[in-house]
Design a protein around this ligand. Structure first.
Ligand code: ZN
Length: 248
């Protein structure tokens, strides 16, 4: 099986369409590590796209926010404004779908899906120390996560060596490969489709080829100015508009 791994789509339809077009024919089953909505201008269209795609999926903190399940005073003011706007435009059918997305961890044979960390869907795995706490508790060799919007991840080898996974994704490079050693533990972040924060504005995703034990990280260019124009029309915060083209 080859799995397409999406995460942190954040209501960005142009980014999602670019990824799906590029990934066409390259996977058998799709998966999503959460945050289908929030921040971007097309929560309904993106949710409908995901409903149609029917991936293996865990919810993210922005699903909870869009459904009114979290105290929005804990969100930063800009994310809160976008969450309230998302709540106001989501159709009942799409809210119902988002409501039905289970919280992680979601286990499959040989891999697990989470949004934040293994025990807390809202925790950001940024530092190696934090990642190690999750890596030491995981039972599968491979765990896919999102939430940080940074493509890459972490590894813990059988001999206790540990480190970051840094895909080589300089300008002009669109793919980077990672060989999975089933005796180690890998935490893989496919990156964010709709709001990357790793200083690369291109939509991020990954494909996991289970037969070859190969993770392929990808970036796809998309017409970001169209998304930004829609955000302006919806009067979403300027900072959220600007960050898309900066990738941070
Ligand atoms: Zn997110």
């Amino acid at each position: 099986m080859r799995f397409l791994i999406l995460s942190d789509i954040h209501s960005n339809l142009e980014a999602l369409e670019a990824v799906m077009q590029r990934a066409r024919g390259e996977y058998d089953r799709a998966m999503c590590c959460g945050d289908v909505v929030g921040y971007g201008p097309n929560p309904n269209e993106v949710t409908e796209y995901i409903r149609e795609l029917d991936p293996l999926i865990v919810r993210g903190n922005h699903e909870k926010a869009a459904l009114g399940l979290v105290d929005l005073t804990l969100f930063n003011p800009l994310a809160k404004k976008a969450a309230l706007w998302t709540q106001s435009v989501l159709t009942t059918e799409n809210s119902d779908y988002l409501q039905g997305i289970p919280s992680g961890p979601l286990d499959e044979s040989q891999f697990t899906l989470i949004h934040g960390s293994l025990l807390d869907e809202d925790e950001y795995l940024v530092d190696l120390d934090e990642a190690l706490q999750t890596l030491q508790k995981t039972w599968n060799p491979l765990t896919f996560f999102g939430h940080t919007h940074v493509q890459g991840g972490f590894v813990l080898f059988k001999d206790s060596r540990a480190g970051f996974l840094n895909p080589e994704m300089k300008k002009g490079i669109y793919e980077s490969q990672l060989r999975i050693d089933l005796e180690g533990k890998f935490l893989v972040n496919p990156g964010s489709v709709g709001q990357p924060r790793d200083y690369d504005w291109r939509a991020a995703y990954a494909i996991y080829d289970q037969a070859q034990q190969l993770v392929r990280y990808f970036r796809a260019e998309y017409p970001v100015e169209i998304t930004q124009e829609k955000m302006r029309a919806a009067q979403l915060p300027q900072y959220l508009i600007d960050r898309l083209s900066l990738g941070r």
